[in-house]
Design a protein around this ligand. Sequence first.
Ligand SMILES: Nc1nc2c(ncn2[C@@H]2O[C@H](COP(=O)(O)OP(=O)(O)OP(=O)(O)O)[C@@H](O)[C@H]2O)c(=O)[nH]1
Ligand SMILES: [Mg+2]
Length: 297
Amino acid sequence: MNTLHDEIRTGVVALVGPPNVGKSTLLNTLLGQKISIVSPKAQTTRNRIMGIVNGDNYQIVLLDTPGIHQADSPLNKEMVKIALDSLHDVDIIIFMIDVTYPLPDKLTNAREVLKNTDKPIILLINKIDKVDKETLFPILETYDALFPFQAMVPISALKANGCDRLLEELLPLLPVRPRLYPEDIPTDVTERFIVGELIREKIFHLTHQEIPYSTAVVIDSFREEKERVMIHATIQLERSSQKGIIIGKQGKMLARIGREARKDIEELLDTRVVLKLWVKVVKDWSRNMRSLHELGF
Ligand SMILES: Nc1nc2c(ncn2[C@@H]2O[C@H](COP(=O)(O)OP(=O)(O)OP(=O)(O)O)[C@@H](O)[C@H]2O)c(=O)[nH]1
Ligand SMILES: [Mg+2]
């Protein structure tokens, strides 16, 4: 067992790429704990979320980021800015793509993002569980010819396949120095933040079209009581017509969001949780800088 002062492979790694490729899934897999929400829809992650992955001889401070995309609305522009800003002050960049949507626009996008950095870049080709080996090989060759990646690693973040290879490539590139964080701190985000995200995740899973993108969650109160935590949260929407969808017939949708979120929150906090949800309309909040600031952007 080494101490905080021992010199080991330690560094900050940005995890960037297009939306929906599996960045947050990988963060959770490497951490062995769910701190970043995941959904089958693009643009799920809106913030930079740090996961601190500790091994006996290494510490990887991994930054999950929003997907980089052509952004038009103020919220989306903020998200892309958060992702691009995370490329500064890191030791290594991991650029992740989805093997089922490999070429060519994603790569043009990648080059655009990566051309201004002198940091080592590892290309992660994710979701290899969805294709056979014959598909993978030409993709590797194409990427190899197009960009001087430090390494290219095929993985399945979902099945934790290829993670050892990733560590083999990544660790020698990290500086040797003492750990940056104590070993018992898994993340820099608060439990309160993750609770809001878990509620948002259920909305991403249970609703469609523009609803997930018009939704923000605000935690109004978070109170630890004897043997339970009492949480009040508000689901913020952009238009009053969206209220009916989130609430559902006889309140069924809201009840389901609450039920599914509470299950995950109880697992996160390892205690009984009482979750009360409210719904409120803040007109066009995703297009309004003041509302975005209020949400912490
Ligand atoms: N089959 C398969 N699916 C995966 C894998 N990794 C992630 N997924 C799925 O891909 C979808 C997107 O995953 P996320 O982790 O939310 O992707 P992301 O890159 O963080 O997305 P944004 O936050 O929107 O940028 C989810 O449905 C995941 O379950 C994988 O290795 N294999
Ligand atoms: Mg994500």
